[in-house]
Design a binder for this molecule. Sequence first.
Ligand SMILES: Nc1ncnc2c1ncn2[C@@H]1O[C@H](COP(=O)(O)OP(=O)(O)O)[C@@H](O)[C@H]1O
Ligand SMILES: O=P(O)(O)OC[C@H]1O[C@](O)(COP(=O)(O)O)[C@@H](O)[C@@H]1O
Ligand SMILES: [Mg+2]
Length: 319
Amino acid sequence: MKRIGIITSGGDCSGMNAAVRSATRTAIGHGVEVLGFRKGYLGLLKGDYLEMTSREVAGILHRGGTFLQSARSEEFRTEKGREKAVQRLKDLEVDGLIIIGGDGSLKGALALHRLGVPVIGIPASIDNDIPFTDMALGVDTALNNIIYAVDCIKDTASSHDRAFVIEVMGRNSGYLASMSAIACGAEYAIVPEIECDLSDLCNQLRLRWEEGRSNAIIILAEGAGHAQNIADTIKDAIGFETRVTVLGHYQRGGAPSVFDRLLGSRFGNSAVEFLLAGQRGKMVGLICNAIVPTLLETVAVSEKRPQEELLGMASVLGI
Ligand SMILES: Nc1ncnc2c1ncn2[C@@H]1O[C@H](COP(=O)(O)OP(=O)(O)O)[C@@H](O)[C@H]1O
Ligand SMILES: O=P(O)(O)OC[C@H]1O[C@](O)(COP(=O)(O)O)[C@@H](O)[C@@H]1O
Ligand SMILES: [Mg+2]
């Protein structure tokens, strides 16, 4: 291979820059040129790229987001769009592509692989909903952001005897909600994977209220319910004064944690090594602390569910 491309696609997350830097420098170390396409599949379709040098990726390791920028592209979802992307790669004499992104971007990577493009995917999404990797890039930093915010809210909740419903990200994934509930000692986590019985939640909070616990933290994954409705239901059922905080995109930014810097560096390095060694249509994943490649075909048809024992632990520790 003489020239490869790199893109960051879908929801951005901290650690993407570490992966771009590592992949770029690994390729350059092998004498391979690197093009960094801007804004994910959008830049690929437009032919909007940067010629990546070792200097180009200097000073980005500690920065959140992605300096290549990210986007969601409707055109790439169409067959015509993907054929245009393949032609663009041929015109630019790009022999292989590293795709850093979430579940959707990795499905796009599989589509390109089926069209004959040598691709390796890197899982990057704060949702941690991608199978065949214990952790995706960005998850650890997002969790650290959340626990900082929840700890702050706990101080004010206890000062005023209030219950807070704190909405965290995860439209279809309860990972951030359940793990942050354990890490912050929240009373309850509401996740999309498990039906929430609001009357049961209120009964439990009432028991605690009667025992003298006059504040509560309920962490809600954004896809699992409406924060204000839940807060109103708790207020009506128990008499707790309630407040809602939506953490929103704050969770996705900020300097990557040590874990995400190391993971991004390992993913970027292995992705290029695998690509140059002739592996095709695979995703690198972290499994039992080793970087393991899995076929994108397998990743696409598999589902990652939150670990039942951790969800159970979240409810037991909230007592
Ligand atoms: N099934 C699919 N086939 C082809 N391309 C896809 C598919 N799903 C997503 N994509 C492409 O990947 C982009 C990012 O996907 P999205 O789901 O929005 O984010 P993420 O990768 O973070 O999950 C989409 O805008 C689209 O261009
Ligand atoms: O960036 P947007 O368009 O506001 O989307 C928000 C969604 O992106 C995420 O932050 C990350 O999801 P993806 O990595 O799959 O894009 C979700 O938790 C959230 O629901
Ligand atoms: Mg996604």
